[in-house]
Design a protein around this ligand. Structure first.
Ligand SMILES: [Fe+2]
Length: 368
């Protein structure tokens, strides 16, 4: 299947990219007030002090998000503090600073229900009720990792840990898009090695999943190939010299390119397969997706001339040799790249089931 030459492209997020660009935020706000939702390290890193000084009287509140997964329980707890403020200050910007979990939480918290409180929102997330009428506060996102692409997508994941078994809940709505995003590679300098590697693998996976995707188009292909090549070229160097800004800039750019591509195509087979590893074994998202990438690559290669050309451009070998090249690269980074490495003994059955899922059906190798 060739990528369609006729396609839609929707990207309403106004982007600013560049080292130091988050420093322009306070000016950009003008007279608007801001409620900051920030990752925990913002305090020790000095970001809280700098932003608090920059925002001055415009800062409504500084809400710290504890490290860990974005859960419904956490959103419920934070909403008790953020929603009254956003309701009392119409027009105030919800400004989120952090990794994908913080940005995803912010996408939900910017939406204040007119009635029913948090439980009405929770019911909609669980799919048991339609969304209540929502008021959406302006949302500005400032990622501190080079990975999720959350700053340019309209979806978010929240883990529902209220019941005896944790369940992944996602929403994918037009109001999930932020108004603005500031991608500042300087903010990624503080990311520890494992986080740097795992988030880079996530953006690499977003690029590949955008390529072997039924919704690909020539523009998403160009961005995805570029993103994947960039991660391959620069990740090892950044892990060796994490304080060097040029490499960090390349990974941040790659994450943004991959984000822009998969914001249009969405994810595919490797993501569909990854969630069980995260849910059942706590494997970080980037590692969980990476474990399934060679499997998906083997199923994708040799099937479609467009995808084969893209794989050749990414890996510099013939498409049928791409899965081995991918595996070799992951092994060189010390990344387990076989589901069996995580104790999975029923990979084939899992692939079969995943191909029938919503994400799996995006995969070019899924049955039509
Ligand atoms: Fe991902």
């Amino acid at each position: 299947m060739a990528a369609s030459q006729a396609f839609d492209w929707r990207m309403p997020v106004a982007l600013r990219f560049g080292s130091g660009c988050s420093g322009t935020l306070a000016d950009e706000l003008g007279q608007s007030r801001a409620l900051v939702l920030a990752f925990e390290p913002a305090g020790p890193l000095g970001l809280r002090a700098a932003w608090t000084a920059g925002l001055g009287a415009r800062l409504l509140d500084w809400v710290t998000v504890p490290e860990g997964l974005s859960t419904l329980a956490l959103a419920r707890q934070l909403s008790a503090r953020t929603w009254p403020l956003l309701t009392a200050q119409p027009g105030a910007v919800l400004l989120a600073l952090g990794g994908g979990s913080v940005l995803d939480l912010a996408k939900l918290l910017r939406s204040v229900p007119a009635e029913g409180g948090f439980e009405a929102v929770a019911a909609a997330l669980r799919g048991t009720a339609p969304w209540p009428p929502l008021h959406h506060a302006p949302l500005w996102l400032v990622p501190t990792t080079a990975g999720t692409g959350s700053e340019v997508t309209r979806w978010a994941t929240l883990w529902d840990t209220d019941g005896p078994v944790a369940v992944k809940r996602s929403f994918d709505e037009p109001w999930g898009f932020a108004e603005r995003a500031f991608v500042d590679p300087v903010l990624t300098l503080s990311a520890p090695a494992a986080l740097t590697r795992d988030t880079a693998l996530d953006s690499f996976a977003h690029a590949l999943e955008a390529l072997w995707n039924r919704h690909a188009n020539p523009v998403s292909d160009a961005l995805a190939v570029q993103a994947a090549r960039r991660v391959r070229a620069h990740l090892a160097g950044v892990l060796e010299a994490p304080s060097q800004l040029p490499g960090r800039e390349q990974l941040a750019l790659a994450a943004l390119e991959a984000g822009l591509a998969f914001a249009q195509t969405r994810t595919a087979l490797a993501h569909a397969l990854s969630y069980a590893l995260t849910l059942e074994q706590g494997v970080p998202h980037g590692l969980a997706v990476a474990a399934w990438l060679p499997t998906a690559c083997r199923l994708a290669a040799g099937r479609d001339a467009r995808v084969d050309a893209a794989l050749e451009a990414v890996f510099g070998v013939k498409a049928l040799a791409a899965p081995a090249a991918l595996q070799q690269w992951l092994q060189g980074l010390g990344v387990p790249c076989d589901p069996a490495d995580h104790g999975v003994s029923d990979a084939e059955a899992r692939v079969h089931a995943a191909l029938a899922s919503a994400r799996g059906r995006n995969f070019i190798g899924a049955p039509a």
